[in-house]
Design a protein around this ligand. Structure first.
Ligand code: NAD
Ligand code: UD1
Length: 336
């Protein structure tokens, strides 16, 4: 299939481009580079040993995007593009609603006009709000803690309305849990701007010595060791989940959790990261972070049964590959 990958130079999009091409699909990338660098394209091309068509376009620009659809015939779209910082979305709600919702509406509108058969949407576990894990796709969605989260809930709703008027369209809504890791080649990965907010990128910077220590946000949760428990998923496993959804989902809206189904605590992550990479992670326990929940992990029964997809990579793999990517930066150009 020929697939339009929006946000294809970003963290998850770039890894999915590799999996798509390795599974004999062809890819066209659209990205406005608001949170990625053009060098990612050449790193991708090195990895897949072919050139990849790329358009630097903002998806909210319907006229420019229409031209892309006129120049290419797409069988499917994977829509990754969006702004994703929870904290920033609280500061800049309008930017988040505008960018994430308008881009989704423009892309799905053109998908219909140009009779594209398949659409895959990047959603998030954040749409569940604070509910007991394991989280199943059948749960009612709760108010999320941020405008970012609301753009995901609203994006899902928009797609469900589209499905009502276009029942043949195959729509996959994929709710990611905590994507981490990097490609084992070390050529692509994630490098957030400034000081990272999320655990794994923060640990990596502490291990490298760029940051002094990790602040653990609370050790008094009702969890195995008192620290927060999350469902971490290697970005390469996550990317494979997109290929499965694209290839297997038929008409209608189908919602799947993409997670491992297992929870890991902050202290467990620190121990594993130190061990596999032979580094030291100094840490100190501080107050809970506002808005955090104790535990969040997926029920993956539906995606296992219907798509035959499950994670194969371990927390050890995630820690090793993130560190490998971080270390390559010292020797070459860092790309994400
Ligand atoms: P990312 O920021 O690395 O990638 C997103 C890409 O989209 C970037 O390259 C950015 O330049 C591009 N983009 C943003 N707005 C655009 C626009 N208007 N037009 C064109 N390009 C635009 O993020 P990611 O981690 O790869 O996340 C991909 C998707 O998955 C996002 O929708 C995100 O909300 C969702 N998601 C991510 C996580 C996570 O933890 N990484 C978790 C759940 C859901
Ligand atoms: C983040 C997002 C959430 C998204 C999810 C999956 C935020 C605020 N929330 O949440 O919307 O759905 O990823 O992508 O970004 N921790 C520390 N110290 C740190 C950083 C984190 O102790 O410096 C702890 C947290 O309290 C939590 C765990 O590590 O228990 C994971 O945190 P993080 O990586 O930010 O992910 P989420 O909280 O799941």
């Amino acid at each position: 299939m020929n697939i339009l990958v929006t946000g294809g130079l970003g963290f998850i999009g770039s890894h999915t481009v590799v999996e798509l091409i390795e599974n004999s699909h062809t890819v066209v990338i659209v990205d406005n580079l608001i949170n990625s660098k053009i060098e990612v394209l050449s790193h991708l091309e090195t990895l897949v040993k072919q050139s990849i068509p790329f358009y630097q376009i903002d998806l909210t620009d319907e006229e420019a995007l229409t031209q892309v659809f006129e120049e290419n015939k797409f069988d499917g779209i994977i829509h990754f593009a969006g702004l994703k910082s929870v904290g920033e979305s609280v500061e800049k709600p309008i930017e988040y609603y505008l960018n994430n919702l308008v881009s989704t509406m423009v892309v799905i509108k053109l998908a219909q006009e140009f009779s594209v058969g398949k659409f895959v949407f990047s959603s998030s576990a954040t749409v569940y709000g604070d509910q007991d894990s394991p989280l199943r796709e059948t749960l009612d969605l709760k108010e999320t803690t941020s405008p970012y989260g609301e753009t995901k809930t609203m994006g899902e709703r928009i797609l469900k309305d589209i499905a009502k008027i276009n029942p043949k369209l195959a729509i996959s809504i994929l709710r990611y849990f905590n994507p981490v890791g990097a490609h084992p080649s070390g050529l692509i990965g994630e490098n957030p701007n400034g000081i990272p907010n999320n655990l794994m990128p923060y640990i990596t910077k502490v291990a490298k010595g760029d940051l002094k220590q990790l602040d653990i946000f609370g050790d008094d949760y009702d969890t195995i060791d008192g620290t927060g428990v999350r469902d971490y998923i290697h970005v390469v496993d996550l990317a494979k989940g997109h290929v499965a959804a694209l290839e297997l989902v038929e008409s209608g809206v189908h919602t799947y959790n993409l997670g491992s189904g297992k929870g890991t605590s902050v202290l467990e992550i620190i121990i594993i990261f130190q061990k596999v990479n032979s580094v030291k992670i100094p840490y100190k326990i501080v107050r809970r972070r506002s808005g955090d929940i104790a535990t969040c992990f997926a029920d993956v029964t539906k995606v296992n049964d219907e798509l035959g997809w499950k994670t194969t990579l371990t927390i050890e793999d995630m820690c090793r590959d993130m560190w490998n990517f971080e270390m390559k930066f010292d020797n070459s150009t860092r790309v994400l």
